[in-house]
Design a protein around this ligand. Structure first.
Ligand code: AMP
Ligand code: MG
Length: 431
């Protein structure tokens, strides 16, 4: 979609959208961001923009998996029958050194974990299976060592390229970088990593009733919690929040704060409130004048009004104002949109099927019910709701580890019903 293609045209004739339709439009309306190169540790949580091809093999050379003695397996075979084999010790190979000596028949080299296997040796005997006094303070190199067990050629040897062969594609483009991938990149000497950029997300709260988190309450005012909740949601995704503050309910104020976002180069606007049908819903008016924004009524509970489109070419998502509606709408629409922008292909939260433990009612919209999901005694998962489901009741979201999805069109949900649960945390985390 081009920067000025009007999203609202697609839905002009539609009064209501299903959640799936709205999500499709949102996802189609945001781009995958361009790639850049970042220092390795900054790449944590980001998505590879290019495949990583190994320049080196890993391990780069044959080395010992144990502290012990490098031997020829054939030499120590008699130890398998119960008669220790005595070998002359010809070298002491520490990790980081390179062995010059050769293990010839009847000899062994003491070797440390990670040290290169000397020429002639084909196996390692763990020190615990030798006569060396490995528990004592004195670890001076013995002249001779007795070996108490046999080994096969290759035992306790890590072979070059066993983990990664030089030239192999180790990680494909699109792969998400977790700590283990960071470790692999480091082992391959990749200190600068090509990744899809993190979205910069401008976060705007709107409403004359809002005051700052450090301000004392005064009549008619509430603290702006949405900016913090949405900033935390953005941070939890590894994206970069840009705080655009609180806009009062005037068009000039909203415009000025959106301009600040444009100046900061945001990739996405996320605002809360002001997009419904109230007399002071000025965000709606500003966006209408700017064009390219659709005002949707999504058949979803909590959350119904949703604005989506572009403001001055930048994707814009206007969430409802009620704190739970804002957070759940963020989960449903902003989160997958930001993940797509950051190059991810898995956009959904994990879902499990749960057995509902109580009867609940819905109003026919696709409902996201705050609940605790826990393992059921007989296997599978069960769920109980966490109390008041009003869109202003934050504490039931605090107690929840999941959102149960009551499908569109359903009004009565008896106890025992199987429902999909969108997991916000893993089921074991019960609050
Ligand atoms: P609105 O969409 O402007 O009608 O707002 C819906 C509800 O959400 C009202 O009760 C607002 O006071 C509340 N609300 C709007 N913005 C915020 C915010 N940033 N933090 C907390 N509550 C808010
Ligand atoms: Mg308002």
């Amino acid at each position: 979609m081009g920067p000025d293609d009007p999203v609202e045209v697609i839905v002009a004739e539609r009064e209501y959208l299903t959640v799936a339709e709205a999500l499709r439009l949102v996802l189609d309306g945001v781009p995958v961001l361009p790639a850049g190169t970042v220092p390795i540790l900054d790449a944590l949580g980001m998505v590879l923009a290019e495949a990583v091809v190994a320049q080196d093999s890993l391990p780069p050379f044959a080395n010992s998996a144990m502290d012990g003695y490098a031997v020829r397996a054939a030499d120590v075979a008699p130890a398998g029958a119960g008669s220790p084999v005595e070998l002359r010790v010809v070298a002491d190979i520490a990790a980081g050194s390179w062995p010059e000596s050769v293990v010839t028949p009847g000899t062994a080299a003491r070797i440390m974990t990670g040290a290169p296997l000397p020429a002639g040796a084909d196996a390692v005997i763990p020190v615990e299976d030798t006569s060396e006094a490995w528990r004592s303070e004195d670890r001076s190199l013995p002249e001779r060592v007795q070996v108490y067990r046999a080994v096969q050629a290759g035992d306790y040897v890590r072979h070059p390229g066993e983990d990664i062969a030089a030239g192999a594609v180790v990680l494909p483009a699109g792969h998400r970088l977790r700590p283990q991938e960071i470790g692999v990149l480091a082992s391959l000497g990749i200190g600068q990593v090509p990744v899809v950029c993190r979205p910069r997300v401008g976060i705007l709260a709107t409403g004359d009733e809002l005051i700052g988190v450090d301000e004392a309450l005064r009549p008619g005012k509430i603290r702006n919690s949405n900016s913090y909740a949405q900033t935390a949601q953005v941070l939890a995704l590894g994206a970069r929040p840009v705080n655009l503050g609180i806009a009062g309910d005037t068009e000039a104020d909203v415009r000025a704060r959106l301009q600040a976002g444009l100046d900061a180069g945001v990739d996405l606007f996320v605002s809360s409130a002001g997009v419904s049908v109230g007399a002071y819903d000025v965000v709606k008016r500003v966006l209408e004048q700017a064009g390219n924004v659709g005002f949707w009524r999504v058949r979803m509970r909590p959350g119904k009004p949703l604005a989506f489109g572009r403001y001055q070419g930048v994707p814009y998502l206007g969430l409802p104002g009620n704190p739970v509606s804002a957070m759940v709408s963020f989960e449903r629409f902003a989160r997958p949109a930001m993940l797509k922008m950051a190059g991810h292909t898995r956009l959904d939260r994990p879902q499990v099927v749960v057995v509902l433990q109580e009867a609940i009612e819905s109003d026919g919209r696709e409902s996201y019910i705050r609940a605790i999901v826990s393992p059921a005694a007989g296997g599978g998962y069960q769920a109980v709701t966490t109390g008041g489901q009003g869109s202003h009741i934050m504490t039931s979201l605090v107690r929840a580890n999941a959102l149960l999805i009551v499908p569109e069109g359903v009004r009565q949900v008896p106890a025992g019903t199987h429902l999909e649960a969108m997991m916000l945390d893993w089921p074991a985390e019960v609050f």
